[in-house]
Design a protein around this ligand. Structure first.
Ligand SMILES: NC(=O)C1=CN([C@@H]2O[C@H](COP(=O)(O)OP(=O)(O)OC[C@H]3O[C@@H](n4cnc5c(N)ncnc54)[C@H](OP(=O)(O)O)[C@@H]3O)[C@@H](O)[C@H]2O)C=CC1
Ligand SMILES: O=C(O)C1=N[C@H](C(=O)O)C[C@H](O)C1
Length: 271
């Protein structure tokens, strides 16, 4: 089987480096292009050097247009603004795109959905298999216990993370709210301070930890008087996200235009 060539944007970032590694080690993928911010001092360096590997033969580029012939699927874990710029490139060049970036506003998400009418896009705040299974488990837990328990979502990440709550935590809240037929915009509580009064059981509350080098930890708590259920996922290595992204790229390569998520890639959810 012919390998698909992926382009990795934000190549020197935390995820960028793991994605380059994953593109090399996964049997179905190869690194076709690696993109850095224009003006970066790394432009022209070999992508393999970012991982202290031997020569990879893919120089870092600051211009996706110049390397568009070198890749089949774009894999992007950068920032909301730059992801939208790269998506415009994919639309103009009819290239599928896997987006792992988090922190999009509702308006930006609507823009992505609109563009995905013309190009295949996988958009997922977490590409780990366990997290996507957790979304399924949350549906069951919310169905059985959600109507009478206090629901809290707690997430922890490294000190460098820019958005809060994490994209995964927000998706957990959306899954639970949807199952309970609540509107997350109406029932979400983001942190507490001062005299808050007693807890309203209709709310879904989020707490955020930012500390050291935590890769990514998420817990949903369904708490009653006398018992509580906790569902937790812990990521200990970014390769789990990067390998998921390669799986998504391989799955997406021959899909028609549309907006897909990781549960569809993994076969947990119908197309
Ligand atoms: N879906 C998932 O499974 C996961 C999602 N994420 C998400 O991925 C994103 C990135 O995370 P992380 O790798 O930790 O962040 P980093 O800050 O380490 O990496 C982001 C990279 O993108 C680069 N970048 C930003 N804008 C541009 C641009 N216009 N052109 C080229 N490069 C650009 C940055 O460059 P510079 O430093 O110059 O700004 C940086 O190298 C976050 O939104 C995070 O939440 C993370 C892990 C898993
Ligand atoms: O920024 C990160 O690191 C991560 N971000 C994602 C998110 O916001 O959910 C996923 C993962 O937990 C790591």
């Amino acid at each position: 089987m012919e390998k698909i060539r992926v382009a990795v944007t934000g190549a020197s970032g935390r995820m960028g480096r793991s994605l380059i590694e994953a593109a090399f080690v996964n049997p179905n993928t190869d690194l076709g292009a690696a993109i850095e911010r224009p003006g970066s001092t790394l432009i022209g360096c070999d992508a393999g050097e970012l991982l202290a590997r031997v020569h990879a033969g893919v120089p870092l580029s600051g211009n996706l247009d110049l390397v568009k012939g070198n890749y089949d699927v774009l894999v992007d874990f950068t920032s909301p603004e730059s992801s939208l710029e790269f998506l415009a490139h994919c639309q103009a060049n009819n290239k599928p795109m896997v987006i792992g970036t988090t922190g999009f506003s509702d308006e930006q998400k609507a823009q992505i959905a609109d563009i995905a009418k013309t190009v295949p896009v996988v958009l997922a705040p977490n590409m780990a298999v366990g997290v996507n299974l957790m979304f399924k488990l949350l549906e069951v837990a919310a169905e059985v216990m959600g109507s009478y328990t206090d629901i809290e979502i707690i997430e922890g990440h490294h000190r460098y993370k820019k958005d809060a709550p994490s994209g995964t935590a927000l998706k957990m809240g959306e899954v639970i709210a949807e199952t309970l037929k609540r509107d997350l915009n109406q029932c979400a509580i983001y942190g507490r301070e001062g005299i808050t009064g007693e807890r309203d059981r209709e709310t879904i509350a989020f707490s955020t930890i930012r500390a050291g080098d935590i890769v990514g930890e998420h817990t949903a708590l369904f708490a009653d008087l006398g018992e509580r259920l906790e569902i937790t996922h812990k990521a200990s290595n970014r390769m789990t996200f990067a390998n998921g992204a390669m799986r998504a790229a391989n799955w997406l390569k021959d899909k028609p235009a549309g907006l897909y998520d990781m549960q569809q890639v993994l076969g947990f959810k119908p197309l």
